[in-house]
Design a binder for this molecule. Sequence first.
Ligand code: ANZ
Ligand code: ZN
Length: 809
Amino acid sequence: AERYNPHAFEHAWQEKWEQAGLYRFDPDAPGEKHYAMTMFPYPSGNLHIGHWYANVAPDAHARWMRMRGHNVLFPMGFDAFGLPAENAAIRNNINPAAWTYSNIAHMTGQFQRMGTMIDWSRRFATCDPKYYRWNQWFFIQFYRRGLAYKRESLVNWDPVDQTVLANEQVIDGRGDRSGALIERRLMSQWHFKITDYADELLDFTHTDMPERVRVMQTNWIGKSVGAEVTFDTPAGPETVFTTRPDTLMGATFLVLAPEHARVAALTTDEQRAEVEAYVVAAGRRTDVERQQDSGEKTGVFTGAFATHPITGHQLPIWVADYVLATYGTGSIMAVPAHDERDFAFARRFGLDIREVIRPEGGEPMAADAEAPYSGEGLIVNSGDFDGLAGGKASIAGIVAALEERGVAKAKTTYRLRDWLVSRQRYWGTPIPIVYCQKCGAVPVPEDQLPVELPADVEFLPTGQSPLVLNRAWVETTCPECGGPAERDTDTMDTFVDSSWYMYRYLSPHDDRHPFDPAQARLLPVDLYTGGIEHAILHLLYSRFWTKVMRDLGLTTQHEPFAHLRNQGIILGEDGEKMSKSRGNVVDPDNLVREYGVDTVRTYLMFIAPWELGGPWDPQGINGPAKWLGRVWALYFGEASGPQEGVSEADLRYAVHSALKKVGGDFARMSFNTIVAALMELTNTLVKAKRSPVFGTPAWDEALHVFNLMLAPLVPHIAEQIWTERGGADSVHVQPWPQVDEAAATRDTVTIGVQVSGKVRGEVSVSKTAPQDEALAAARAVPEVARYLEGRAVVKEIYVPGRIINIVVK
Ligand code: ANZ
Ligand code: ZN
């Protein structure tokens, strides 16, 4: 009767669903389990359109899975530790916990307004001591297994956020949050030994991740197969890592990283001042700057020479910052004839270039060559090795030969570093270690966990964590000897929190285990969705964490996620990333107030292929708004307009072929095409309402099936329709309808009918209709009949399923 007014019922339904516990997950309910998760948000204060985009489509998918009979767990929590809370505390003198929890309350309300099927009884925040005590418990298990260790290391110091960052958090030499230029500092820090799992992390057999995510992780781990070769030097044997042992005879000098421990010992007195100045200058440059191929190579001679292990030649030893201290052994054998960087360096400083790989049938390298040769070929100028194939293929054989002579050893190197977890910040999980003068580092006994963050802290911009300044908290007793001891004043990287939160949803209130082992049958997460920005860090860390949990006997899973899918990004109208400073931010709350939740949900699924995203179009939302108005009128309005000729078969074909398409598109997570298919079906239904099929059982079936198809996408209007049509219970506990395959496939096709080569009308006939039948149907089409009247037919052409042409005179 009335027009579509979502505000009349959307909120009421949300409250009813919540009261009825409609979305409460019961692990013992029937149906095959399906664990769906979207990446939990940081409680920054407000849900933005990106959160909506990330959550609405997976919600529709989870609802669809539920209707298909799965027992669906779809939880949500908050990634609640981290710098913004602390920075807000420093700026506005508010407690980080108060700031965080008030944001969580607000954002939970916003999530509820989205109409998702999230089971809120499982919500948790990682800043809750009930959660982070398990971070500490895990830390201690890692420590006991030798997977957590403390060592001095050269770290990335963010001078703005006043903390150390993991390599993964340094982007182009800058802190990923602060944007500050990162400094290098030597500090004693806790690390997790993710490198123990490097090879296993390269294996994606048990997890289905998009190709580009696998590539990014693989590159990050950066496995290089090669050899270590040892050269004698005046300061002892120096080992280098090379991926090209086949070029050993072309090594004409060695290069050490400026931070290499042996630089001082090798440097001769004449060279000392120059080398020291160079090392200081290099310390000010970031790894990225150093590795830029464009910049001119810099370096300095140490004055010392190394002995080539085969020829005995004396090779000068240089220091240069294109060699990184943190990769391989921090030193290289330079082969300028075949390596770009070595070539540039040799040209710059006039060092020898010796060709050892030559393309088959090629000329010897010219003395004034302008570039190295890095391709395949035959080994030359290399004594016994001459004539062998050079390049990757022959490396194993060459290494074996060098191993026999005792000058090299096969070696595989990884770019991946151990995970640095110490942060000099307050708002994180305290590291559960105390330091005793007698006993050294001692883990806090498990029955004393959690080590809680003290609440009475002051935030002063001193560059020191409030934990350091809180002596009452720092001073404690040693669990081993009872003597005086001090707590570790660092907190854990917040990536620790998100590395295992998928387990916590299984039993979020368990205070005896990180998760209840009886719930392990719900693992792994069947479908994990989130942004591509987490392709490396978060995913690698959580994969690592699961493997450690497996090795601790906590799970039998090898991977946390069976399938991962990434959504795209909704950009501003201008095609730029949405940001307050650009003034192109779209506020979902305003859209909901204006159009209602279901329209916003529809638009976010319709706006673009979900995995691609795209720019926001403020006009675009009118389409979905109008569509839902038509859907409403279809059920509750008066039919008006000319009579139509929809048959029962037409209607059932439209309904069941749409149902089939929508099911397939849900399985592929192709949400925009689902909305398009339902819009198209609406057109047919609107026509059918003005046709003889109206009021027949096929009509009732159509309205029923369409109602069920709407449910996952637009849960509120679907529920309202369901109830007003007298449906029992909720539309959201109904089974997904079955496709009637016979109805969904039709062998009829629509063919254009030409009269003397001009298309005058269309006719629907079976693909296999005999000529008489097809032509009879064609002549009966009114537009065609008009052109035939009073004319003589000279020829009739019929290609079944394709062409009908009636030629007249
Ligand atoms: C000799 C050689 C000859 C090399 C040649 C390359 C080509 P990936 O593939 O990335 O692992 N290298 C080793 N340690 C290094 C460090 N700490 N800093 C900078 N460069 C380093 O690269 C391995 C190659 O990079 C090694 O193989 C070494 O140079 C260099 F025709 O050794 B090669
Ligand atoms: Zn002690």
